[in-house]
Design a protein around this ligand. Structure first.
Ligand code: ADP
Length: 448
C-alpha cells in the first residue's frame, strides 16, 4: 500500500479523498494555487505545496508542477479526483515517467473513453446499445442534415471531446442544423481543443441513468448498481439518487450487466461510471467516465462500500475486496449539489466571502464540503461548495430527511441553491418521479 499520496484537486473532493487516505493510515499532500493557500483542502492535508497562480492553467492543470510536487514530497501516488486533470492521459504518462502510481485507469482506457467518437464505436463493437446516430466524425453541416433526415429530428451535434454539458447543440428542424454544427465545433475547439463532432438522435424524454463500476488488475469487474441523475439544468446534474425510482428488477440487472460489458471492452481496472439514457424501457450508452464522480456518495450510502478507498486499493494492486454478490442495495439515498449559484439568475455563479457556514448533523445525513466560515468563493473554480446526502429506508423518507437537512444548513455571504433544492424536493413532480427533461427550464416557480 502507498505511504504518501498527493491529491491533485481542490474543494470538496480533495477533502473527501484526504479523509479516505487518513482512514487508511496514508499521509497526504495537498496542492494549491496562490488564492487557495488557506482553503479547507490545504488545512486538512499533512503537507501542502503551492503550485502556481489562480488560473487553473497555471496551477491545477499544470502537469509538470503537479508531478514535480509529488516528486519533491516523496509521494508514491497521485489521486486526481474529478475534473481538472482526472481524465488527462498526459498526466498518466508523466506519472509513469516519474515512477509514481496514477490512481485511475491506464492511459489507453483514458484515451479510448476520452474520445466520445471512439467510445461509441468501441461500444458498438462490444454489443453495448448506443443512442442511434453515427460513430465517426462529421465534417460539414450537409452531412449532419443527411444523417438527420435518416434518423429523424431532433438530433444533437456533440463535440467528441465534450464534457460537463458543454459542446452539445440540439437541432429540432433542418433550419437549425448549420448553427448546431458550428456551435458544437467551436465549443469543442474552445473548451476541449478538439473540433471533431458527431451526430446522434436527441431523445425527448429520457432519464439519465449511470452505473457505478469498479475493476481490479486481476480481471474482476463488478457493478454497484445505478444512480438516476435526471434533474439537470443545461445538461448538468443538480440532484442525484440511488436506486433509480423507475427501473424494474430485470431492467436494473440488465443495465448492470451492460455496464460490465462496456468496461470489459477496454480492460478496465479502476473505478468508473457508465453513463446512459433510459427511455421507453431501453438503455443507451452515452459515455464512460474514467474517474470518481461528484455523486459517488449516494452509491456509498446505499451499498455501504467506500468507493474512494476501494479505488486506492485496486490502484495499489490489491484485488477487489468484494464480489458481485457482496454488493447489496439498502434503502434510498439522495444528493443535492450546494452550488454558489443564483437559480433566479440563470444559475450564474455567485462569488463572495462565506460569513456563516453551519452544516446539519443528523442520522442518515452526510455532508461533503470543501469550505467553512470565512472561505472566499472565487470566480476561478467550480461553484460546487458542498454536497448534502440523505439516506433513509424509502425514497419518501429520504426526501423528508433531505428537506430537514436543507433546513439545518445555514450559509450566509454567498447565494446558493439551498432554497431551490427545498422547492424542488417539496414539489409533486419530485414526489411522483416525473421525468425531468426541461423540468427546471419549464417551471419558473422552481427558480424564483
Ligand atoms: P457530458 O460529457 O457533457 O456530461 P453527456 O453526453 O454525458 O455529456 O450528456 C450530458 C447530458 O446531456 C445527459 O445527461 C442528458 O441529459 C443530455 N443528453 C446527452 N445526449 C443526449 C441525447 N442524445 N438525447 C437527449 N439528451 C441527451
Amino acid at each position: 500500500m502507498f505511504s504518501k499520496v498527493l491529491i491533485a484537486n481542490r474543494g470538496e473532493i480533495a477533502v473527501r479523498i484526504n479523509r479516505a487516505l487518513h482512514e487508511m493510515g496514508i499521509a497526504t499532500v495537498a496542492v494549491h494555487s496562490e488564492i487557495d493557500a488557506d482553503a479547507l483542502h490545504v488545512q486538512v492535508a499533512d503537507e501542502h505545496v503551492c503550485i502556481g497562480g489562480n488560473a487553473v492553467s497555471e496551477s491545477y492543470l499544470n502537469i509538470e508542477r503537479v508531478v514535480g510536487a509529488a516528486v519533491a514530497t516523496g509521494a508514491d501516488a497521485i489521486h486526481p479526483g474529478y475534473g481538472l486533470l482526472a481524465e488527462n492521459p498526459l498526466l498518466v504518462d508523466a506519472c509513469e515517467a516519474a515512477g509514481i502510481t496514477f490512481i485511475g485507469p491506464d492511459a489507453s482506457a483514458l484515451r479510448q473513453m476520452g474520445s466520445k467518437i471512439e467510445a461509441r464505436s468501441l461500444m458498438e463493437q462490444a454489443g453495448v446499445p448506443i443512442v442511434p446516430g453515427v460513430w465517426k466524425a462529421v465534417t460539414d453541416s450537409d452531412e449532419v442534415l443527411a444523417i438527420a433526415n435518416e434518423i429523424g429530428f431532433p438530433i444533437v451535434v456533440k463535440a467528441s471531446g465534450g464534457g460537463g454539458g458543454r459542446g452539445m447543440r440540439v437541432a429540432r428542424t433542418a433550419t437549425e442544423v448549420q448553427q448546431a454544427f458550428e456551435g458544437a465545433v467551436s465549443e469543442g475547439e474552445r473548451f476541449f481543443g478538439d473540433p471533431s463532432v458527431y451526430v446522434e438522435k436527441y431523445l425527448d424524454d429520457p432519464r439519465h441513468i449511470e452505473i457505478q463500476i469498479i475493476g481490479d488488475k486481476f480481471g474482476n469487474i463488478v457493478h454497484l448498481f445505478e444512480r438516476d441523475c435526471s434533474v439537470q439544468r443545461r445538461h448538468q446534474k443538480l440532484i442525484e439518487e440511488s436506486p433509480a425510482p423507475i427501473l424494474t428488477v430485470e431492467e436494473r440487472t440488465a443495465i448492470g450487466e451492460t455496464a460490465i460489458r462496456a468496461a470489459r471492452a477496454v480492460n478496465y481496472h479502476s473505478l468508473g461510471t457508465v453513463e446512459g439514457l433510459f427511455q421507453d424501457g431501453k438503455f443507451y450508452f452515452l459515455e464512460m467516465n474514467t474517474r470518481i464522480q461528484v455523486e459517488h456518495g449516494v452509491t456509498e450510502m446505499v451499498t455501504g462500500i467506500d468507493l474512494v478507498k476501494e479505488q486506492i486499493r485496486v490502484a495499489a494492486g490489491e484485488p477487489l475486496s468484494f464480489d458481485q454478490d457482496g454488493v447489496q442495495v439498502r434503502g434510498h439515498a439522495i444528493e443535492c449539489r450546494i452550488n454558489a449559484e443564483d437559480a433566479a439568475k440563470s444559475f450564474l455563479p455567485q462569488p463572495g466571502r462565506i460569513t456563516r457556514w453551519i452544516e446539519p448533523e443528523a442520522d442518515g445525513v452526510r455532508v461533503d464540503s470543501g469550505v467553512s466560515t470565512g472561505a472566499e468563493v472565487t470566480p476561478y473554480y467550480d461553484p460546487l461548495l458542498a454536497k448534502l446526502i440523505a439516506w433513509a429506508p424509502t425514497r419518501a423518507e429520504a426526501t423528508a430527511r433531505m428537506l430537514q437537512a436543507l433546513e439545518g444548513m445555514e450559509i450566509e455571504g454567498v447565494t446558493t441553491l439551498l432554497a431551490f433544492h427545498q422547492r424542488l424536493l417539496s414539489s409533486e413532480e419530485w414526489a411522483s418521479s416525473e421525468t425531468c427533461r426541461n423540468l427546471i427550464e419549464n417551471k419558473q416557480w422552481l427558480r424564483a
